[in-house]
Design a protein around this ligand. Structure first.
Ligand code: G4P
Length: 524
């Protein structure tokens, strides 16, 4: 039954600042799911955080990352889908898009470092979408910040209410374990990478038995801490978590496999099943009979001789079936897929059917771009795949006049894949590429050459922000565009974009043109 398949699915992403332990946690979750059998099997699409980027390394990793883009496994009655997000911040845009395809998120925080920049940014996206989040505070085997301070920090920095569902007993060298508030158990810590936590049922921590397991000092402290928690934090309500208003918090050590199973057990119980998704036309419910889905990621193939890609489709409603024709809405054309793949146990294999919450990979030769929808026939356009104002800008120039056609085609297709954003300056007609980081310029240059035989040259351009503008006052908008004609551009969809060269200029513009709205994402 469709409804049973939907109800057992949990599709989520793990997000963190680099080095907090995302890869380690992912790996331990896969171990529990039986998807891998030894630690160290997931190197993920981790691009090492070296100052100078090693491009060949990235190429190699791109190959690996197809396999680890989606990791599905069965856990008890549940089907868990973990969507991987690139660790390197230059690919943040990729991560934002992946977040549109998940129903919930686990945030990993390093107990010594607390909330870091990347976490803060990603949380903004979750907040915007009201994505339910669970926080895992990692590396308790090391000296870290005081747990109450960490909770305050999470609450203040991530702007979400928190509720601890486990509580650490000491930390670092003398870390003893956690009291599992969610399941009323005492989880005792033994440092080891492979063993599972030893758990003792413990309904009442005031019971003198507690001293059998931990020292008097630890027991006293735990009792006071728990009393304080019960006094200060509201009861945990799953509904508040599902609304994205309250984040349950767990403590543990991913490296030592401690607290991970508890996290997973709670996660499958409380995490949302595939949620309804907003299309421009209407809200689409997963249990609808008719199939629908959208492309949230395109992965280019490694083989430069065949420009083939994999389009990742998130299934929103109904059942997807192999070899059944579906409507490519932008093309208004029916297409059939003979080799859709699913990602189980790190292996890619052809599937005959897939359900809401699942991600399938469709081999593609340039039919798809990000945001495209596939349906049983209805015209649906899914919302929520915004572009964010890039942080870096450069003019892109053709360095080989004989290859102008290849160059234009290359730029077009790379932009459809979502590698970066293209703006065309309306004043001089020059093409501007906007990215989140330097690495993307290298990616574009390399791929233009190797996949399209085109050579590009970058020219510096000093811009602060690109913002999408709109107004209910057409005259004022026209006036603005006239006044700022040198700084007006169009994005790929032909929308008006203002290129502000400093924060001062932007502020002035906002002050002088009160009836114009300046947006920092393309969806408003
Ligand atoms: P990331 O994907 O979020 O970037 O982090 P990753 O899992 O790679 O973890 C970053 C580093 O932190 C790794 O060490 C990892 O072993 C370590 N780590 C993860 N969880 C824990 C934990 O619970 N306790 C402690 N003490 N360390 C933890 P590394 O030396 O950078 O890499 P590696 O050589 O171990 O792979």
């Amino acid at each position: 039954m469709l409804i049973d398949e939907i109800n057992r699915r949990r599709t989520f992403a793990i997000i963190s600042h680099p080095d907090a332990g995302k890869t380690t946690l992912t790996e331990k979750l896969l171990l529990f799911g039986g998807a891998i059998h030894v630690a160290g099997a997931v190197k993920s699409n981790k691009i090492r955080k070296t100052a100078t980027s090693d491009w060949m390394e990235i190429e190699k990793q791109r190959g690996i990352s197809v396999a680890t883009s989606v990791m599905g496994f069965d856990y008890g009655d549940y089907k868990v889908n973990i969507l991987d997000t690139p660790g390197h911040q230059d690919f943040a845009e990729d991560t934002y898009r992946t977040l549109t395809a998940v129903d919930s998120v686990i945030i990993v925080i390093d107990s010594a470092k607390g909330v870091e920049t990347q976490t803060r940014k990603l949380m903004e996206v979750c907040r915007m979408r009201k994505t339910p989040v669970i926080v895992f505070i990692n590396k308790l085997d090391r000296e870290g910040k005081d747990p109450f301070d960490l909770l305050d920090e999470v609450e203040a920095e991530l702007q979400i209410k928190v509720r601890p569902l486990s509580w650490p007993i000491d930390m670092g060298q003398s870390f003893k374990g956690v009291y599992n508030i969610f399941e009323k158990k005492l989880d005792l810590y033994t440092p080891s990478k492979q063993t599972v936590t030893e758990s003792v049922e413990f309904k009442d921590i005031h019971h003198p038995e507690l001293e059998k397991y931990v020292s008097q000092t630890n027991a006293d402290k735990l009792r006071t801490d728990i009393e304080l928690i019960e006094g200060v934090y509201p009861e945990f309500e799953t509904a508040d978590y599902l609304k994205g208003e309250l984040a349950p918090v767990f403590f543990g050590s991913a490296l030592n496999n401690f607290g991970v199973k508890e996290l997973l057990d709670c996660f499958v119980k409380i995490a949302p099943t595939p949620r309804p998704i907003q299309a421009e036309e209407r809200l689409v419910h997963p249990e609808e009979e008719a199939f629908s889905g959208f492309v949230f990621k395109i992965h280019a193939n490694m083989d430069p001789n065949h420009r083939s890609c994999i389009a990742f489709v998130k299934i929103c409603s109904g059942k997807f079936e192999r070899n059944v024709p579906y409507k490519h809405v932008r093309f208004n054309k029916m297409l059939k897929f003979s080799a859709p793949t699913a990602f189980m146990a790190q292996k890619k294999s052809v599937v005959d059917e897939a359900f809401p919450g699942d991600i399938i990979g469709l081999p593609d030769t340039g039919n798809f771009k990000i945001g495209d929808s596939l349906t049983s026939g209805e015209d649906l356009h899914f919302k929520g795949l915004p572009s964010f104002s890039p942080e870096m800008f450069k003019y892109i120039e053709n360095a080989d006049p004989m290859k102008a056609k290849q160059m234009n085609k290359g730029i077009d297709q790379l932009m459809d894949e979502g590698v970066a954003q293209l703006f065309v300056n309306q004043f001089n007609n020059r093409k501007i590429i906007g990215t989140v980081g330097q690495l993307q310029f290298e990616v574009i240059q390399y791929r233009l050459l190797h996949e399209y035989g085109a050579q590009c040259r970058w020219e510096p351009l000093n811009l602060y922000k690109a913002c999408w503008i709109e107004s209910d006052h057409p005259e004022e908008l026209e006036n603005f565009k006239k006044r700022k004609y040198q700084f007006m551009a169009k994005d790929k969809e032909g929308r008006d974009v203002f290129l502000a060269d400093s924060s001062y200029v932007l502020q002035m513009a906002q002050n002088d043109f009160k009836n114009i709205r300046f947006h920092f994402t393309s969806e408003f």
